[in-house]
Design a protein around this ligand. Structure first.
Ligand SMILES: Cc1cc2nc3c(=O)[nH]c(=O)nc-3n(C[C@H](O)[C@H](O)[C@H](O)COP(=O)(O)O)c2cc1C
Length: 167
């Protein structure tokens, strides 16, 4: 079996955000994909050890920000390699609060969606959350950042907590 075959699956790169009362948090995720059109539903796959996972589990709401290709590496590092358990990621990052109450990152964002959790599946290390669409807006036109661009052009690595991590 050649695990490198899995690397041929393509993804985008997103910030998934949620809250616990007054605390806001978000994380980078590549595993975001639409699963049904009517009604519109989107799935996200989050590591059980991530703070964002705890917030989505507790609050039942989350948002997805679609990142632009020009997103600086440092910004990806803030949301993708640091945990909200140690820092306040939203402190100096442009954001709004959506109609569901979920925080939504606007910095380096082309479009956003917000959801209520409609179902979830335990996948072992991760939980697959399925969100029911409650709001969506386009912020600006541009090219969305892809997982392939992140690896090939930005030379970024995937942390072990990404579901698509390969040693
Ligand atoms: C390129 C990239 C892709 C990632 N994809 C995912 C993902 O799909 N799911 C996931 O749970 N973590 C993913 N991560 C890891 C989380 O973003 C990371 O563990 C983060 O520090 C969790 O933050 P939190 O503890 O504040 O929630 C990814 C990270 C990077 C850099």
């Amino acid at each position: 079996m050649n695990l490198k075959a899995l690397r041929k699956i393509t993804y985008g790169l997103y910030i998934v955000s949620s809250r616990d009362a007054d605390r806001l948090n978000g994380q980078i995720a590549n595993t975001v994909f639409q699963v049904t059109a009517t009604p519109p539903r989107v799935a996200v796959c989050l590591n059980r050890e991530n703070l964002t996972h705890d917030f989505v589990s507790k609050s039942g709401i989350f948002s997805v920000s679609v990142l632009e290709q020009e997103t600086p590496f440092k910004f990806i590092g803030l949301f993708g390699f640091r945990s909200g358990r140690d820092i306040d990621k939203f402190k100096e990052v442009e954001h709004i609060i959506g109609k569901t109450g979920a925080p939504i990152v606007l910095a380096h964002t082309l479009a956003y969606m917000e959801f209520e959790v409609g179902g979830k599946m335990d996948t072992g290390t991760h939980t697959l959350f399925v969100g029911e669409l409650r709001g969506a807006e386009i912020i600006k036109e541009g090219t969305p950042l892809t997982y392939d661009y992140y690896h090939r052009v930005l030379k970024g690595k995937s942390p072990k907590k990404a579901p698509t991590y390969i040693e």
